[in-house]
Ligand binder design. Sequence first.
Ligand SMILES: Cc1cc2nc3c(=O)[nH]c(=O)nc-3n(C[C@H](O)[C@H](O)[C@H](O)COP(=O)(O)O)c2cc1C
Length: 180
Amino acid sequence: MSTTELLLISGSLRERSTNTAALRTAAANAGPGITTHHYTGAAFPQFDPDEDTDPLPESVAELRARIHAVDAVLLAVPEYAGGLPGSFKNLIDWTIADDSPGSLNGKPLAWINAAERGAEKAHAALREVLGYAGSVIVEQACAQVPIAHESVGADGLLTDPAASERVTAVLHALVAAVRG
Ligand SMILES: Cc1cc2nc3c(=O)[nH]c(=O)nc-3n(C[C@H](O)[C@H](O)[C@H](O)COP(=O)(O)O)c2cc1C
């Protein structure tokens, strides 16, 4: 059986991020036949349509190549001030112009909502933005798994077994959808 490749993108740049920990934990428990790649995008230039042309900024070209190389994308994005983190929206803006086969346009995608406070506005915005991107949202793999800041261990993984199990189930649901 060939491996299923996933790109995991956290919308938080925080070192002890609950969103990043959720993705890391799901990846650590993925099991055989699944390869995960983490992406932070910390070094992105600010989106400028004038720069969205060949040759692309190196980090943008790399992001687009990474998206093309995987079968699906798994996100975990926090809410800041009632919306998506600016850094994450910036990352997505850099992907919009690429609608070639293998891009976010048509790519299966799901998310973990790790917010304790719900983050409804950010996730409503996420759904809308991904609509512009043309991603295929795998609804059965999108889940709310509230994670407390204290649940991130020194190793960057979740210490709560129930939350670990749930984020891993999200990843497996996405893989199952991709494999059909
Ligand atoms: C400046 C700031 C604004 C925030 N605004 C919101 C908000 O509007 N809604 C919300 O649910 N959480 C909000 N939060 C809480 C963060 O989303 C929360 O700390 C979350 O755990 C951050 O994600 P991370 O743990 O992956 O870094 C805010 C936090 C900060 C620092």
